[in-house]
Ligand binder design. Structure first.
Ligand code: FAD
Ligand code: SIN
Length: 534
């Protein structure tokens, strides 16, 4: 099996697959994915992809909405290039075979609206946009002879020159990754000219999340261990409306439901977004999630309600067939009753810091999609800008990687095999499950929507202790997929808390009672964190 390729891509969501399809024109591509290929946040995306398309819309308006949501921290150049490149990326998806929803009986595409957007500009495939995108991209990937897809292969660590050779004559660079074959338990070496992290987000760091199980922040943790700069981890986006039901695993109720007229009410039936923001239920997500949090604390209730009954059964079933069906499976008919909803962790706005070409500060290492921090989202992501960012940056990263690195000779270096050493078979799985649960509870209770210094320090103390325990376990026992993920969520939890402690103001998704105001004089900059001082 050939573990050497021009491009090594870790992750098979929209970022990894779209990079792979481009890269295959230039050379061989290996894609690693830790479960079945389709299992990714991409596959669960509902609302869609934002782009300026209609004649009534403009780039300026999408740019302004992105900046407004981002609370003064978006990078102007990144926002500009992403928004202006969006229509061409939608066309590319259509060429790859993605079937977006059209207006009934018309050729035009049906555009939805979501929170923070001042115009209708969301391309969607009913209310299962991600599944359609993932289907089409995977089909293209599977029929491409230049691309090899390794399912059930979890990247463990990046291989850096400094780590294996202590070679100070050459600047550090990434040579590939050590990878756990989850079926055999072996750890193999994958080598490439350019390595791309496309590992998605880290919602599983929190007890309640809209994210699938793969979202354990592996790429961010690996990049941090390798010495890359990580940015803005304090900005964790909580989606305002996830289904409140014991068996629903925080199933997402798309913001498009509010975009089509749903209102938020409390148990008494009173709308509470009026008076909080002029856009009411369509205010940016941080504002809506905070308002729900405040309403729950004020009333002592477990949930609030999302009511779209006034649109009628036919409309609801046509626009939101999957949401309607899924809610019915939990015994809730949204055409007849309001949906009980609560916020849950949804999106990591920070990540591995990249330049405008998706390159990190370690040469030959790229980060694309949710694991990256490109400057697009600032302190709060605008709805449906994430799939878009992944498409735009996978293109930019591919161009840079192929120009700068592929096929260029580099000093020969012998990569040692993964050292198993004295590691034994894991003896106490309970340690993993207990620590997993504890980290996620700590994050939910102490590092949630509204924070305080006292709670952040308390969280840091406990995470420090868990880190030491997990590290000891990690080095003494054979690596398993669960242990890897546990170690990674612990690292990401620590990064979130450390970044949160650095920011001495409230901005966007980071709200703290100790610094309740936005401080434009000192706070208008990214929070940067690095394992090794530069
Ligand atoms: P993902 O799609 O999450 O893919 C990550 C991949 O990396 C997976 O294949 C995973 O298995 C793999 N992986 C992770 N770690 C490893 C490892 N160690 N080794 C090997 N493989 C690994 N955004 C929008 O713009 N519009 C929406 O409508 C929208 N709706 C959403 C709805 C839901 C329920 C959720 C959860 C998110 C939604 N988002 C939406 C956000 C968006 O879906 C994600 O940000 C985006 O899909 C991330 O794409 P990605 O390719 O970066 O990562
Ligand atoms: C949603 O459909 O509400 C999710 C959209 C997003 O996360 O961008």
């Amino acid at each position: 099996m050939d573990r050497v390729s021009r491009f090594l891509i870790i992750g098979s969501g929209i970022a990894g697959l779209s990079f792979a399809l481009r890269a295959a024109k230039k050379g061989t591509v290996n894609i690693l994915t830790k479960k079945e290929a389709a299992e990714s946040s991409t596959n669960y995306a509902q609302g869609g992809i934002a782009t300026v398309w209609s004649g009534e819309d403009s780039f300026e308006s999408h740019i302004e909405d992105t900046h407004r949501a981002g609370a003064g921290l978006c990078h102007t150049d990144t926002v500009d290039l992403v928004v202006r490149d969006a229509p061409s990326k939608i066309r590319e998806l259509i060429d790859w075979g993605v079937r977006f929803t059209r207006r009934t009986g018309k050729r035009e595409y049906d555009l939805h609206r979501e929170g923070g957007h001042s115009k209708r500009r969301i391309f969607h495939a009913e209310d299962l946009t991600g599944r359609e995108v993932e289907r089409a991209l995977l089909e293209r990937v599977r029929e491409n002879p230049k691309i090899r897809l390794f399912e059930h292969h979890a990247a463990v660590n990046l291989i850096t020159r400094q780590k294996i050779a202590f070679d100070r004559r050459h600047p550090d660079e990434v040579l590939g990754a050590y990878v756990l074959d989850q079926k055999t338990g072996a750890i193999n070496t994958f080598v490439a000219d350019a390595t791309v992290l496309a590992t998605g987000g880290s919602g599983k760091v929190y007890l309640y999340t809209s994210n699938p199980d793969i979202a354990t922040g592996d790429g961010i943790a690996m990049a941090y261990r390798a010495g890359a700069t990580i940015a803005n981890m304090e900005f964790v986006q909580f989606h305002p409306t996830c289904l409140f039901h014991p068996h629903a695993k925080s199933f997402l109720i798309s913001e498009a439901v509010r975009g089509e007229g749903a209102v938020l009410v409390n148990r008494a039936g009173k709308r509470f977004m009026e008076g909080i923001h002029q856009m009411k239920e369509l205010a940016p997500r941080d504002i809506v999630a905070r308002a729900i949090d405040a309403e729950l604390k004020r009333t002592g209730e477990d949930c609030v309600y999302l009511d779209i009954r006034h649109k009628g059964k036919a409309f609801i079933r046509k626009h939101f067939p999957n949401i309607h069906k899924t809610c019915l499976s939990f015994g809730i008919d949204m055409t007849k009753e309001p949906l009980p909803v609560v916020p849950a962790a949804h999106y990591q706005c920070g990540g591995v810091l990249t330049d405008l070409h998706g390159e990190t500060d370690i040469p030959r290492l790229f980060a694309v999609g949710e694991c990256a921090c490109t400057g697009l989202h600032g302190a709060n992501r605008l709805a449906s800008n994430s799939l878009l960012e992944a498409l735009v940056f996978s293109d930019r990263a591919f161009r840079r990687a192929s120009e700068a690195y592929t096929g260029k000779p580099r000093p020969r270096i012998e990569i040692p095999k993964w050292e198993v050493g004295e590691a034994q078979e894991p003896d106490e799985a309970v340690v993993v499950t207990h620590n997993w649960d504890e980290i996620r509870r700590i994050m939910w209770n102490y590092v949630g929507i509204v924070r305080s210094n006292k709670r952040l320090f308390r969280a840091l103390d406990r995470i420090d202790m868990l880190r030491r325990e997990i590290s000891e376990y990690y080095w003494n026992f054979r690596v398993t997929g669960d242990l890897l993920e546990l170690r990674n969520i612990c690292t990401v939890a620590e990064l979130i808390v450390r970044c949160a402690l650095q920011r001495k103001e409230s901005r966007g998704l980071h709200t703290t009672i100790d610094y309740p105001y936005q401080d434009d004089e000192h706070g208008r900059k990214d929070t940067l964190i690095r394992r090794y001082p530069a």
